[in-house]
Ligand binder design. Sequence first.
Ligand code: DX5
Ligand code: ZN
Length: 237
Amino acid sequence: MIIAPSLLAANFGRFASEAQRIARAGGDWLHLDIMDGHFVPNISFGPELVRVLRPQSKLVFDVHLMCQRPEILLEPFAQAGADRITVHIELGEAVVGPLLWKIKKLGKKVGLAVNPPTAVALAEPFLKQIDLLLIMTVNPGFGGQPFIHEALPKIQQAAAWRREKHLNYRLEVDGGINFQTAVECARAGADTFVSGTGLFGQSNFKNAVAKMRRLTAKAAPKEKAALPVYEFHDDAN
Ligand code: DX5
Ligand code: ZN
């Protein structure tokens, strides 16, 4: 299980020490929510923050672009030190294909995000191209919103595709993730948990990260034991 605390819930007055606090607490990835005031009604931070944090942190930088024109941002974020870049399917099929290709070409892990009102089926044609599918569990734009339970069947669907098609993209959830909703998502098949207020709101950050990892690992569906493969010897031959 990957736990990815979201910097959006950190103290904006001291990003560097907050990133270090996340690392000390045992977070696996640092989730960076990039909002442009167009795709979502809020503005957060840009590539310059990634560039200044990069030398100070060994965490995987998981950049989530909630932006109307990600094509102008892929290179700046890649050069600034992003490890993974996720773009939204809502931008339209014609745009998304080239964007995913470009992220890969930049040598970064490729992510595709699906908002709560969007059918997960729209992501199906891209599954072979991606390293991560992000099922949004709130409408993006702000931290601290309540989890949308209607996203759970989408997680199940995405997990079923992964099994059936023998793919290995990570299945990430983002928005309203606390101990309880993380467990619900893990049961549905999620393995990567973005959490902002759910983790930052706890008095002991380290214990909170460990608890979320433990609870979700316990809730994860057990892989079916491999079926024995029988070889038949035909005596007639
Ligand atoms: C929502 C962002 C999330 C946000 C989650 O627009 O994509 O990553 O930081 O925050 P919480 O965990 O507070 O819902
Ligand atoms: Zn996010």
